[in-house]
Write a protein of this length. Structure first.
Length: 70
C-alpha cells in the first residue's frame, strides 16, 4: 500500500513493461515468430512451419530461448 499525496500517474509513470513485438524469422530453416529478449537471443512465440515434424521438436517449442547469431 502506498500512502502519498503525489498523483498516482506520477508514481507509476514509466512502470509499464516494454514488450518487444515478435519478429518473423527463419531459424535453422524453420519459420518462427520470435520475441527479442537481449543481444542475439530470442524467445520463440509461435512456430509458423508447414512441416508437421517441426512441431514435435522440443527445441522449437514456444517459450524456448534461442541464440540468434549465425
Amino acid at each position: 500500500m502506498i500512502w502519498t499525496i503525489v498523483p498516482w500517474e506520477l508514481v507509476w509513470e514509466g512502470i509499464e513493461a516494454k514488450v518487444q513485438e515478435p519478429v518473423q524469422m527463419k531459424w535453422q530453416g524453420v519459420d518462427l515468430l520470435v520475441e527479442p529478449i537481449g543481444f542475439a537471443r530470442g524467445k520463440i512465440v509461435q512456430l509458423l512451419s508447414t512441416e508437421p515434424n517441426d512441431y514435435l521438436k522440443p527445441e522449437l517449442q514456444p517459450g524456448t530461448i534461442i541464440e540468434l547469431k549465425s
